[in-house]
Design a protein around this ligand. Structure first.
Ligand code: WT7
Length: 657
């Protein structure tokens, strides 16, 4: 642990804000859930989740709701069987909803598609048939590296239909990141596209796949969607065009029912070591968690709402709240391929206006960017269709919360600030919009069926007004089941810090009224624009460059992205004393190794790093430097003069990017 949550500057900032926003009487009157749900869930959480699992259609009912005998390895709805794709598609068509729109797709260049539940079901059947022809069978892993286009969702659902766990790798990740994920989960098939549209032009994806596969001999097929029409290299015998094999397939496919604990997908996320963790989600519990939370937290009315999660499908937010939750609930959703400022800074609001979006879910980083661009831009569009706004990825600062409510929600819409993680699969802490008054900056309370606590170093629950570590004290259906291929790391990472409880890695505070405030990570994990990056992973990337002798990375607070990557680097003597071109080279090196999102905002070349006597880098001191604060307590440093040396070197100005 490098710092305790009480060190976080966020606390004083958050404590200032005392405003409360109760839901309007009209909203309360029509809300999906009422206060009684909390008591009911608390009285018997497992029975509560059994009730929620009835949202799905099971081929075989379960015989036991929860098997926790081999804790922390959970099994939910034991003995039950179901097919996820059937639950997201066919059953809605069978219920007469075939003509309901599943997705309004808006491509960045302005091309659009309207896809009904019937059309989506048929497309997924065709893709499942094509994957079967390629040789994909239940249990096989399939890697997906795509832009935000309908085929990405079709590919995921086709995998789910076949019981073949997918691993979707965010298109912004590098070939190196893609390769390590393909190897770790041993995928033999990759689905990709020639490219996607970003910032007004075609951005290639296929070259990264080609590069990754130079060291993945097990991959026998690459299925390529033509999206941009750009030139691609072609490996005969391995590469196949999606449009040549998928549309020719029959539009029907009989779904097989899989065990409730059958693996659904692996999603890689950064931990505190250099190696990303493959978070495993399974079938019945995960879908139950997504379906319930999307319905309750967003007060979803599937008949009338138009719902938009403005995120990439390659993150867990996209999995749970673009694909699985919304489709399980027969939601009509919008998906948008591109960036918010293409071709103009009002693009999102134009989309809300055009499709009459009623529920919008996005990250505080996006909101702060819109704040910077100014309220005159959203004011040009009709946003009166909006009725619920959501936030995810990092704590939303009160300023952004109030701006979002005022300039996007016109002071009518409740805001749901949803705390959860790749590991939790679904929302864990959020207000329910027809019940609780929102406090700007607070995530408020655990959802029904979820038990959380804030504990001190010894694992004792802190009283109201206290701060500590956030833990989850009871298993929940959408929880991760393990780390792919590494059950020991699963136990060690999440269940060893506080015996019997799931340690989330976040600091939290419970205010005088018992409401929860999230205070950021307490481990060596950074949160950049709502995306998790590990300091160690970026440090490993830096030291893999021959110019670098040693590197330390910290997340420094940033007005736009929440945190930004700041790197302190000691160069090898052969590399000279740095200089601008060296800093540029190192930034590009990190982008190549991990992806652009991991690029340091700033690289400081230093001659020494602050270390404890046991050799551990004291990142907290470096964070002080990065945030232009006087450095804190240096007494545990092996050499107390190091910080002075660093400060002096920086003051000479030889090093900043
Ligand atoms: C970490 C999880 C959950 C999907 C997106 C990120 C932070 C997430 C909130 C929130 C405060 C939040 C936490 C968490 N986080 N949402 N509403 N308030 N912090 O998923 O990459 O798994 O990251 O994001 O620090 O541990 P992820």
């Amino acid at each position: 642990m490098t710092s305790s949550p009480d060190d976080r500057p966020a606390i004083s900032n958050l404590a200032r804000e005392e405003r409360r926003f109760p839901p309007s009487p009209e909203f309360v009157a029509q809300a999906n859930v009422t206060e009684e749900i909390y008591g009911r869930a608390e009285a018997d959480p497992v029975a509560f989740w059994e009730e929620q699992a009835q949202r799905l259609i099971w081929a075989q009912p379960w015989t036991e709701a929860l098997d926790w005998s081999d804790a922390p390895f959970a099994r939910w709805f034991v003995g039950g069987t179901l097919n996820v794709a059937y639950n997201c598609l066919d059953r809605h068509v069978e219920a007469g909803l075939g003509d309901r729109v599943a997705f309004y797709f808006e491509g960045e260049p302005g091309d659009t598609q309207v896809i009904t539940y019937r059309e989506l079901t048929e497309a997924v059947c065709q893709a499942a048939n094509a994957l079967t022809e390629i040789g994909v069978k239940s249990g096989d892993r399939v890697a997906i590296y795509m832009p935000v286009i309908p085929e990405t969702i079709i590919a995921m659902l086709a995998c789910a239909r076949l019981g073949a766990p997918h691993t979707v790798v965010f298109g912004g990740f590098s070939s190196e990141a893609l390769r390590t994920r393909i190897i770790d989960c041993d995928a033999h098939v990759v689905i990709t596209a020639d490219g996607g549209y970003r910032k007004g032009s075609a951005s290639a994806l296929k070259p990264a796949v080609d590069e990754a596969l130079t060291e993945c001999p097990e991959v026998h097929t690459v299925l390529v969607v033509r999206r941009t029409g750009q030139e691609v290299e072609w490996t005969e015998g391995r590469d196949r065009w999606w449009h040549e094999i998928v549309p020719a397939q029959p539009t029907t496919h009989t779904p097989e029912a899989f065990d409730s604990e059958h693996p659904l997908y692996v999603m890689y996320t950064s931990g505190t070591t250099g190696k990303p963790k493959g978070i495993l989600h399974t079938t019945g519990g995960y879908l139950t968690g997504c379906a319930f939370t999307q319905w309750a937290v967003f007060d979803l009315k599937p008949e009338t709402d138009v719902y938009w999660t403005a995120a990439d499908i390659g993150w867990v937010t996209g999995h749970s709240y673009i694909v699985y939750g919304p489709l399980a609930n027969a939601t009509t959703s919008v998906i948008y391929e591109g960036t918010p400022d293409t071709p103009h800074q009002g693009r999102w609001w134009e989309i809300v206006d055009k499709y009459k979006v009623s529920i919008l879910y996005c990250a505080p980083t996006a909101i702060r960017m819109f704040m910077k661009w100014g309220e005159a831009i959203p004011a040009k569009f009709n946003l009166s269709s909006l009725r619920v706004l959501g936030s995810v990825g990092e704590p939303i600062n009160p300023e952004a919360y109030i701006w979002y409510r005022k300039h996007i929600g016109h002071d009518r819409t409740p805001i749901v600030d949803t705390w959860w993680q790749t590991e939790t699969g679904a929302h864990m802490i959020s207000l329910l919009p027809g019940i609780t008054s929102g406090k700007p900056g607070a995530a408020m309370r655990a959802l029904p069926g979820i038990s959380v606590d804030v504990v001190d170093d010894l694992g004792n629950s802190v009283p109201n007004g206290g701060g500590g570590y956030l833990v989850v004290t009871k298993p929940w259906p959408a929880m991760l089941r393990t780390i792919w291929g590494d059950p020991e790391r699963y136990k060690e990472t999440y269940w060893s810090r506080f015996p019997g409880a799931y340690f989330a890695g976040d600091g939290a505070k419970r205010d005088e009224e018992g409401d929860l405030w999230l205070l950021g990570r307490v481990d060596d994990v950074m949160n950049i624009s709502g995306h998790r990056l590990s300091t160690t992973e970026i440090e490993s990337a830096l030291v893999s460059n021959p110019k670098v002798a040693e590197a330390a990375v910290v997340g420094a607070s940033d007005p736009l992205t929440g945190q930004a990557v700041v790197a302190f680097v000691i160069l090898r003597s052969e590399a000279g004393d740095g200089g601008e071109h060296c800093v540029r080279e190192l930034r590009e090196h990190v982008a190549r190794e991990i992806g652009k999102i991991a690029q340091p905002r700033q690289i400081m070349i230093v001659s020494e790093l602050p270390k404890t006597r046991s050799g551990k880098i004291m990142r907290r001191l470096l964070q002080d430097v990065a945030e232009h604060r006087p450095t804190g307590d240096v007494t545990t440093l092996a050499d107390t003069s190091v910080m002075e040396t660093i400060q002096a070197g920086l003051a000479k100005g030889m090093t900043e990017d």
